[in-house]
Design a protein around this ligand. Structure first.
Ligand SMILES: Nc1ncnc2c1ncn2[C@@H]1O[C@H](COP(=O)(O)OP(=O)(O)OP(=O)(O)O)[C@@H](O)[C@H]1O
Ligand SMILES: [Mg+2]
Length: 240
């Protein structure tokens, strides 16, 4: 089966600065990919380049057989790129519910489903975006990305600021959504330990380049790789 998302020889950055010199990555349906790497290694830039909000110098992106390279960010969203940005970017002057219905597309993820996963959002459904706590904004950003019913779900450090119990539930939900509905998910995470249980595959970035690409099984069995690329903290996190 061809990949759902294909990135080929992508060269991207900001202004004149190239952050991703030559990125190639294929994602099949049903796969959760974790992107690890130290600060400033280009994880967010990779996500942003799939969304289309950074400068592209070359290369292509194909979604379900369709070349979306020249698509604007809103066209990419409609084509099925769901995005939970690192800085959340929820609509502050819309209510919780409006944030989700503003972008909703038909599919298994309805606003009601999101409320089941995040009852807190249901309680706050009439509150405006600028009246939410950090964790609530985070839930809303995830809910908004899901009600788009994306083919590819991009999550940039989605667990930051959420209580451990919600993190656990969220990661479980991402796994079952991805595998059950045949989408693919790419999750940027700082903490390797949190994500190895969920991800099928892990890539590690250094200076905008994939320096390691392996199954999470293989990575769990070889913590030295994490130590080498992420430092002691990353490796120690897997030793528990
Ligand atoms: N808007 C921008 N303009 C210019 N350079 C940028 C911009 N955003 C990021 N960069 C640079 O691009 C490089 C990669 O940044 P990026 O945000 O992709 O890293 P990251 O791996 O997501 O880091 P973190 O773990 O801190 O979120 C860094 O050197 C950063 O300084
Ligand atoms: Mg980042």
């Amino acid at each position: 089966m061809p990949d759902l998302l294909t990135i080929e020889n992508l060269r991207a950055g900001y202004g004149e600065a190239v952050v991703l010199p030559n990125m190639s990555l294929g994602m099949p349906e049903g796969q959760v990919l974790a992107v690890l790497g130290r600060n400033g290694t280009g994880k967010t830039t990779l996500m942003n380049s799939i969304v289309g909000v950074v400068r592209r110098f070359g290369g292509s992106i194909t979604l379900a057989g369709r070349d979306i390279t020249s698509f604007r960010p809103d066209e990419r969203a409609r084509a099925g790129i769901g995005w939970v940005p690192q800085e959340r970017n929820i609509f502050r002057s819309l209510t919780v519910e409006e944030n989700m219905t503003a972008v909703a597309q038909p599919g298994p993820w309805t606003v009601e489903k999101i409320y089941e996963m995040f009852p807190r959002l249901k309680e706050r459904r009439s509150n405006f975006g600028n009246q939410l706590s950090g964790g609530e904004q985070q839930m809303l950003a995830i809910g908004r990305a899901l009600t788009l019913n994306p083919k590819v779900l991009l999550l940039d450090e989605p667990t930051e600021g959420l209580a451990p119990i919600i993190v656990e539930e969220l990661l479980k939900a991402i796994g079952s959504i991805t595998r059950g509905t045949g989408i693919c998910s790419i999750i940027v995470e700082q903490n390797a330990q949190k994500i190895l249980g969920l991800a099928d595959r892990v890539v590690i970035l250094e200076r905008g380049t994939i320096v390691h690409d392996a199954s999470s099984q293989a990575l769990k069995a070889d913590p030295a790789v994490l130590e080498r690329h992420l430092g002691v903290a990353g490796a120690a996190a897997t030793a528990h």
